[in-house]
Design a protein around this ligand. Structure first.
Ligand code: AR6
Length: 184
């Protein structure tokens, strides 16, 4: 499923983010940029040790912020490492922090003049964010960003399994039906 907002196409797809050919892929990292399981582990495995060497130099990333390294052996030229919130019930500023993680990643892509970016479902795995809420916030933030910023042509949301894809699909449809956006 995809929709075009101004100059930006926002697209949902099922798959493994390490195979993406967008200019950047986003990593759902931790504050120490120390690597881990989930998508973080997969990106470091596929990209090779040069990514971790750059992460060590950067030293860390607060929740809701984003930093950039090169993509190592990945097809994507860059990895944008962002840190989503750990879900602790929903009253600990999680929604703002999750939106900030998406927004800061998009801002970094614009700053670097990158035309395309792929996101995983940040915080929706080990960090425990309910997938429907995470999907709503992810898509809302990207739609709002595309309305207000030009430069990024393609934003892909890469969902690791069919169930997560279906949830993103349904949240995307809801958001599109409430706004004047062309969907196909
Ligand atoms: N491609 C796309 N999506 C993936 C992939 C992949 N290769 N692998 C997993 N996912 P998670 P978080 C999905 O746990 O919740 C790490 O240890 C996964 O199914 O990777 O933000 C970090 O170091 C889920 O839908 O990230 C942090 O400590 C989504 O990616 C912590 O986990 C996010 O799941 C971050 O937790």
């Amino acid at each position: 499923m995809e929709a075009k907002i101004n100059q930006t196409t926002i697209m949902l797809a099922c798959g493994d983010i390490t195979a993406e050919t967008t200019a950047a892929i986003v990593n759902a990292a931790n504050e120490r940029l120390a690597g881990g399981a989930g998508v973080d582990g997969a990106i470091h495995r596929a990209g090779g040790p040069s990514i971790m060497a750059q992460c060590r130099k950067i030293g860390g990333c607060p929740t809701g912020q984003a930093v950039i390294t090169t993509g190592g052996n990945l097809q994507a030229k860059y990895v944008i490492h962002t840190v989503g919130p750990i879900y602790r019930g929903g009253n600990r500023n999680e929604a703002n922090l999750l939106q900030s993680a998406y927004r800061e990643s998009l801002k970094l892509a614009v700053k670097k003049n990158l035309p395309s970016i792929s996101f995983p479902a940040i915080s929706a795995g080990i960090y425990g964010y309910p997938v429907d809420e995470a999907a709503h916030l992810a898509l809302k933030t990207c739609i709002e960003f595309a309305r207000e910023n030009t430069g990024i042509r393609l934003v892909r949301h890469i969902l690791f399994n069919q169930q997560t894809y279906e949830i993103f699909f349904s949240e995307f449809k809801k958001l599109l039906s409430t706004g004047a956006m062309e969907a196909k």
